[in-house]
Design a protein around this ligand. Structure first.
Ligand code: NI
Length: 172
């Protein structure tokens, strides 16, 4: 089921999310909805608070090449366990901040540990766009948006645009 995506500013996007307990069918179905919502948007990552669920769940698929097989990833309780000194800068966007972008510098390579859709602990190393995406999504679980990495002026400008967009959406 495709769920509505919450647009910034919203208090639910500023909350530290709770770890998920043992996996359940409800949690698996939440993850499936998140993947469907992300692909529909379309986007390359989505965090549970973006659909109003304040739990530590993210989904990603950074495969962008046309014709390449999709690579959906579901992560419960993801944690960054190591990060490279080497940094990487990407022009980031966010489904909760439509049509706005900003350059964010983050570690280029990260090791991440998480619980997968079957309840098994996994860990892997992410590089490039995947590394940026997983850090961006884990930020969401800590109430942090990519605009919080930008300067105050730029952040306020984007926030004002989003307030205007939400007023327009409310009218239609
Ligand atoms: Ni985002």
């Amino acid at each position: 089921m495709i769920r509505p995506i919450i647009i910034h500013p919203d208090p639910r996007l500023k909350k530290v999310c709770a770890p998920v307990p043992d996996l359940s069918d409800a949690l698996r179905s939440l993850a499936d909805d998140m993947l469907q919502t992300m692909y529909d948007a379309p986007g390359i990552g989505l965090a549970a608070p973006q659909i109003g669920v304040l739990s530590r769940v993210i989904v990603m698929d950074c495969v962008k090449e046309e014709g390449e097989a999709p690579k959906p990833l579901v992560m419960f309780n993801p944690e960054i366990i190591a990060a490279s000194d080497e940094q990487n800068t990407y022009d980031e966007g966010c489904l909760s901040i439509p049509d706005q972008y900003g350059e964010v510098t983050r570690p280029k390579v990260v090791d991440v540990r998480w619980i997968d859709r079957d309840g098994h602990e996994q860990s892997d190393t992410f590089d490039g766009l995947w590394a940026t995406c997983v850090q961006h999504e884990i930020d969401h679980l800590n109430g942090k948006l990519f605009i919080d990495h930008l300067g105050a002026m730029r952040r306020q400008m984007i926030t004002r645009k989003m307030q205007k967009l939400k007023r327009e959406m409310a009218r239609t």
